[in-house]
Design a protein around this ligand. Sequence first.
Ligand SMILES: [Cu+2]
Length: 161
Amino acid sequence: MKIFNLIFPLFLIISCGSPNTDNKSEVNQKSNLSEQIIEEFTLEAIGNTMQDMKYSLENISVSSGNKVIINLINKGSDPAMIHNILIINFGSRKEVAMESVEAGQNLEFIPNNKNVIAASKLAYPGDSVKLEFNAPEPGNYEFVCTYPGHAEMMRGYFFVN
Ligand SMILES: [Cu+2]
């Protein structure tokens, strides 16, 4: 009987002292981080000539830190209608477009330039490509197609709140 009396209080002390609650709060924090808000857009590239080609959206607005998904759908059928989408720093469009030509088709016309925030692969006529990235710091950005000759016509503004 004396042995039982000793063991029972010991068991109580051990079970009360275990840090179960701390472990649970850690798990909750991790799952909240993985539940990143997704903002998804469909962006069509329309037109079949250098004169009428354009994106279907002129502006895209997102919130900083959210995951952005842009589905670029190339509605063109003319073989010259090859498009991509680059998210770039505001005001860098001409510089990025110029360097894109030098980068060439093997690099999807994506220059190695610090103003490029995110860049999709090329979408050939009838194809679509998906661009996924984390929305950068709040501010004004631009989006542009860097296939040679397209940057003046195919562009828009990307706002991060
Ligand atoms: Cu284009």
